[in-house]
Design a protein around this ligand. Structure first.
Ligand code: DAK
Length: 258
C-alpha cells in the first residue's frame, strides 16, 4: 500500500475495506480522491468474491467535505461539464451493502457520503454536520434530501440553516447513526457486522438493499412493486431453494451465492 494513494483498499475474505487516505486535509473530497473512491467502489462491486464494503476515513476523521480549495473558482458550467453529480451518484449505484465507519468529522460532502452508505457506525467522538451555509452554499450531494428523510424536516432544517454539528450520540438518537462504539472498537464492530451480512445469501442481500433504498426514493406504490419483483426474482436462485430446504430439514443452510 503506497502512501500516495488517496484511497486504499484492503480485501479480507468477502469484505473490502476502503479507506480515504488524505489525513492532512481531513480527507477533503477532492476530484482526484473522488475518482479513486469511485474506482475502488466499482471494483469491489464488480468482484464476485466481495459481498460487503466498509468505507472509512481512518480513526480520526471520516471526511471534512468536498475540497473547498478545489471548488472556490468553479463555475456552474464547469461543474456541469465535469459531471460531478453523476460521479457521486456512482457510489450510490453500488449493488452491495456499504457500511460507513465514521471515526471523526463527517461534514458537508463527508456527511453526504456517509448517507450514501447503507449502515452508519460511528465512534464516540464522531461529529456530523452540513456546514455549507457557513461558506455561502448549501448541501449539493443529497444533504437536503437524505438528511431530511433520515432525521426529519425540523431537525434537518436546523442543522442545514445553522451549519452546526451534532455528536455521534445525537446522530444515533436522531436515527442517522445505527450504533456508536468506542473509537478502538469501531473497525472491529464494522467488520463483525459486515461478516454477519456477508454470511447471508448474497443475491437476497442485494435484492433487499435495492428494495429498502426504493423506500426512500420513490412512492409507496412503486416501492411495493419493486419489493414484489425482487421477492419473485429470488425464486430463481439456488440459495432460496437451499434456505427453505434447510429450514424444513432443520439444518443450517449452506449458501453458495447462486
Ligand atoms: N476542503 C479543503 N481543505 C480542508 C477541508 C475542506 N473541506 N477541511 C479541512 N481542510 C484542511 C484545512 O484547510 C487544513 O489544511 P492546511 O491549512 O493545514 O493546509 C487541514 O485540512 C486541517 O484543517 P483545520 O486546520 O481547519 O483543522 P481544525 O481541526 O482546526 O478544524 C474542521 C476542523 C473540520 C472543523 C475544519 O477544517 C472545517 O470547518 N473544515 C471545513 C468543513 C466544511 O465546510 N465542509 C463543507 C465543505 S462544502 C456536490 C458534491 C459535494 C459537495 C457539493 C456538491 N455535487 C455532487 C454537486 C460538497 C460540498 C462540501 O462539502
Amino acid at each position: 500500500m503506497s502512501d500516495e494513494r488517496l484511497v486504499l483498499t484492503e480485501v479480507s475474505g468477502h469484505i473490502a475495506t476502503i479507506t480515504l487516505n488524505r489525513p492532512k486535509a481531513l480527507n477533503a473530497l477532492s476530484p482526484e480522491l473522488m475518482d479513486e473512491l469511485i474506482a475502488a467502489v466499482e471494483a469491489a462491486d464488480a468482484d464476485d468474491s466481495i459481498r460487503v464494503l466498509i468505507l472509512t476515513g481512518g480513526p480520526k476523521v471520516f471526511a471534512a467535505g468536498a475540497d473547498i480549495k478545489a471548488m472556490i473558482e468553479s463555475s456552474p458550467m464547469k461543474m456541469h461539464a465535469g459531471g460531478i453529480i453523476a460521479k457521486w451518484d456512482r457510489i450510490r449505484s453500488c449493488a452491495k451493502p456499504i457500511i460507513a465507519a465514521v471515526g471523526g468529522y463527517a461534514l458537508g460532502g463527508g456527511c453526504e457520503l456517509a448517507m450514501m452508505c447503507d449502515i452508519i457506525l460511528a465512534s464516540e467522538s464522531a461529529q456530523f454536520g452540513q456546514p455549507e451555509i457557513n461558506i455561502g452554499v448549501i448541501p449539493g450531494a443529497g444533504g437536503t434530501q437524505r438528511l431530511t428523510r433520515a432525521i426529519g424536516p425540523y431537525r434537518a432544517m436546523e442543522l442545514i440553516l445553522t451549519g452546526e454539528m451534532i455528536s455521534a450520540q445525537e446522530a444515533a438518537r436522531y436515527g442517522l447513526v445505527n450504533h456508536v462504539c468506542p473509537a478502538e472498537s469501531l473497525m472491529g464492530e464494522a467488520r463483525r457486522l459486515a461478516e454477519k451480512i456477508a454470511s447471508r445469501p448474497p443475491m437476497a442481500v442485494r435484492m433487499a438493499k435495492d428494495a429498502v433504498r426504493y423506500a426512500a426514493e420513490t412512492t409507496l406504490r412503486e416501492g411495493l412493486e419493486i419489493e414484489k419483483r425482487n421477492f419473485y426474482m429470488l425464486f430463481d436462485t439456488q440459495d432460496q431453494k437451499e434456505g427453505m430446504r434447510a429450514f424444513i430439514e432443520k439444518r443450517k443452510p449452506e449458501f453458495t451465492g447462486e
